[in-house]
Design a protein around this ligand. Structure first.
Ligand code: ADP
Length: 448
């Protein structure tokens, strides 16, 4: 570690890697500091994809979409509480972010759909690798190619400077060190793995497990607050509806499984919700079942389309049966009812009319054996709140004025998602605002 860089990027998830690469492309000398021993944060765990509208990928797939629709559906998903300035920038720059990724060799050329959207807008790779690992590995290649210094086991403990940033304090195996820089980009992710912060803002969620990696403890939010940053929406915490948690390891089951056709049933074998509703609504419906959790039910065709299922299967989360009766028995669900539920569902798909719950997307008949199930229940997944920024990614004080040289991007920022995040918007946020942060830092340097 040198004692001076142009810009210090804290965190090595999607936002950190993107902003460091873009900073380097714009002629700056960045450094990435990651406190954990591995790179990628929660980004590496992402499983749905990256939402973007009016992209060339959508055009190639014959999908008609619009920035306006993207804006409106995100706002509706967030119950109108989204920060309009951030949401406007976000939706208007998503297509460019997809193009930038292509240029970097990260090709999200397949499309799927997640809860709360009307057309396929969730871009994902064609590979068997889920989006998170694919994206992080792709960006890491660029970090290496551009020889951007990246240090793991380097925990930032404070941001120096009051109204104007002058660097950070960092803790490594070699002790404490002050590093100077004119600009700092906070890309430390959320605080889903910080029990104390969760208890402070949402004591009612203490019973839940989390899908977050242990490093996501909200450090960036706390450090920014220490130098006067404003925080917003800290009590807006997303519980993800479909998480497998019967073993010690908590596995989020990606929304593409439903997007590609899976249904949800309760222990009695009955459907109970529009599976393609937003995450908060599906979570509430599962909670009403009284603690039993629910079961994703799908067939071989869904498995062929949602490639992540092979991974879930390899770690033992998937039960299978040559017919629905066998599957029900192995899963502990009522077999006769399950048969009826699937029959009824298949008729709804043929009629394109789900009378029971009004599902309109991810409509595929389930009729190709073997059949599969995954037992799921909700877990803490994403913290919508965080530091307040403007659409130039500048971190703002309580009076609204920016802290000079301090930028933030990714989950650490609050406001974009309102009170409920749409699946696929998190990856999009890290890339769109990661790029933006680096561009703003470049302008800041020019202005000095
Ligand atoms: P995003 O999706 O917003 O990019 P991620 O969760 O993917 O966020 O990545 C955030 C990264 O920041 C994680 O790898 C996490 O370990 C790292 N991080 C969190 N706090 C610190 C800190 N104090 N110093 C260095 N790295 C940190």
């Amino acid at each position: 570690l040198k004692d001076m860089y142009d810009v210090i990027v804290i965190g090595s998830g999607g936002a950190g890697l993107t902003s460091a690469i873009q900073a380097s492309e714009l002629g700056l000398k960045p450094v990435i500091l990651e406190k954990m021993s591995t790179v990628g944060g929660d980004t590496k765990r992402a499983s749905s994809g990256m939402n973007a509208a009016e992209t060339f990928v959508q055009t190639e797939h014959g999908i008609e979409d619009s920035v306006g629709k993207f804006y409106y559906e995100t706002l509706r998903g967030g119950h109108g509480q989204n920060d309009p300035e951030l949401l406007k920038y976000f939706t208007e720059h998503s297509s460019r972010a997809i193009e930038w990724l292509y240029k970097e060799g990260v090709q999200l050329d397949d499309l799927t759909i997640t809860g709360g959207m009307s057309v396929p807008r969730t871009h994902r790779p064609h590979t068997t690798e889920p989006i998170g690992a694919y994206l992080v590995n792709g960006l890491l290649e660029q970090v290496r190619a551009k020889q951007i210094p990246l240090f793991c086991g380097a925990k930032v403990t404070a941001i120096n400077g009051q109204d104007k940033v002058s660097g950070v304090q960092v803790q490594t195996a070699n002790g404490n060190q002050a590093i100077q820089s004119k600009a700092v980009i906070i890309a430390t992710g959320g605080f889903g793995a910080n029990k104390a912060l969760l208890a402070q803002y949402r004591p009612d969620l203490s019973k839940y497990k989390t899908t977050n990696q242990p490093g996501n403890t909200g450090d960036g939010i706390l450090m920014a607050e220490d130098i006067g940053a404003q925080v917003v929406d800290m009590d807006q915490i997303q519980v993800h509806p479909t998480v497998q948690q019967d073993t010690d390891h908590v596995y989020l089951i990606g929304e593409t499984v439903r997007g590609e056709g899976a249904i949800l049933v309760d222990q009695d074998g009955k459907r109970f919700v529009n599976e393609m509703e937003t995450r908060d609504k599906v979570t509430n419906a599962i909670n009403k079942l009284g603690g039993t959790g629910a079961y994703l039910i799908f067939d071989q065709s869904v498995r062929d389309r949602a490639k992540a299922i092979d991974f879930y299967n390899s770690v033992g989360l998937v039960k299978s049966g040559s017919d629905l009766g066998e599957l029900a028995e192995k899963s502990g669900i009522d077999g006769e009812m399950l048969n009826q539920a699937v029959d009824k569902w298949n008729r709804s798909v043929s009629d394109r009319l789900d009378m029971a719950f009004g599902r309109k997307t991810g409509l595929h008949v389930l009729d190709k054996p073997p059949y599969y199930s995954i037992h799921i229940s909700p877990a803490v997944h994403y913290t919508m709140g965080g530091v307040k920024t403007n659409d130039q990614t500048q971190v703002l004080k309580s009076g609204g004025e920016p802290i000079q040289g301090l930028y933030a991007a990714g989950e650490v920022v609050g406001g974009l998602h309102g009170s409920n995040r749409i699946g696929g918007n998190s990856i999009a946020e890290t890339v769109i605002f990661g790029l933006r942060a680096a561009q703003q830092v470049r302008d800041y340097f020019f202005d000095m």
